[in-house]
Design a protein around this ligand. Structure first.
Ligand SMILES: Nc1ncnc2c1ncn2[C@@H]1O[C@H](COP(=O)(O)OP(=O)(O)OP(=O)(O)O)[C@@H](O)[C@H]1O
Length: 225
């Protein structure tokens, strides 16, 4: 069964939809990418699919029921990085990760946090406040926050954004391993390497109908333009 499924989903901030209706689903053990030019509506689709924006029309279902981002079961099952800088200004990077790990009942939270800091190259900056990190380091911290806790589904808006090439590759490989182990990822991306490494299916978000295409076709289109 699909973990998250949108059917004829129309999204937008006013009365006018920002793109054609979207039909897409994410099953355990799969990664689905959303591609399309700037402003096409990828972030709006993601935000609507996790219940942060109301749909203009159509449905989104999570594990067969309606999506409710305030529901405890949904929050336990779904980890997302949709905002760029959703941090507490007075908590260090390590404190953010520890808070998240403990809130989600992670066993051995300190060790898990240390491992995440190391994986994201943040060990030396663990005690820094978010305001003292570079924008790429803040991005790493946000991603570490999604991976420091268990989740059935990761929803990521341009996970490659502001990461250097080595970190992009490492993250794409890590997410691909999570998917191989039965996890699920829904992500928006402009990065052909990321889409090519990770995606099983690709939804092309745009003004006309939004087709689901094979990753190799999407990668070719991303490389061209
Ligand atoms: N908070 C908002 N209020 C009103 N309109 C918005 C808001 N956020 C985005 N939009 C508009 O909605 C449309 C879709 O934006 P969205 O951010 O979903 O595109 P995107 O495909 O994710 O783009 P990008 O690749 O640049 O991140 C754009 O025309 C954008 O200007």
């Amino acid at each position: 069964m699909a973990l998250l499924a949108a059917e004829e989903l129309s999204v937008g901030y006013g009365d006018e939809p920002v793109c054609a209706p979207v039909t897409v689903s994410v099953e355990p053990g799969t990664a689905v990418a959303l591609v399309g030019p700037n402003g096409a509506g990828k972030s709006t689709v993601l935000q609507t699919m996790v219940g942060l924006l109301p749909p203009l029309a159509g449905t989104v279902r999570f594990a067969g029921g309606p999506v409710d981002e305030r529901d405890a079961g949904f929050r336990r099952a779904v980890a997302g990085v949709l905002d760029d800088d959703a941090f507490f200004p007075s908590l260090t990077g390590a404190e953010h990760l520890l808070l998240t790990a403990r809130a989600h009942g992670v066993t051995g939270a300190e060790q898990v946090v240390d491992a995440e800091l190391a994986a994201f190259g943040l060990t030396d900056r663990a005690g820094a406040l978010p305001s003292a990190l570079s924008s790429g380091q803040r991005r790493r911290l946000a991603l570490a926050g999604a991976l420091v806790r268990p989740a059935d589904l990761l929803v990521l808006d341009e996970p490659e954004r502001r990461l250097d090439t080595a970190m992009r590759r490492a993250l794409a490989d890590r997410l691909a391993a999570l998917v191989d182990a039965g996890g699920a990822v829904l992500f928006a991306s402009h990065d052909p390497t990321f889409v090519g490494t990770l995606a099983d299916r690709v939804l092309v978000v745009g003004e006309d109908e939004c087709p689901v295409v094979a990753p190799e076709d999407a990668v070719a289109a991303l490389q061209e333009g």
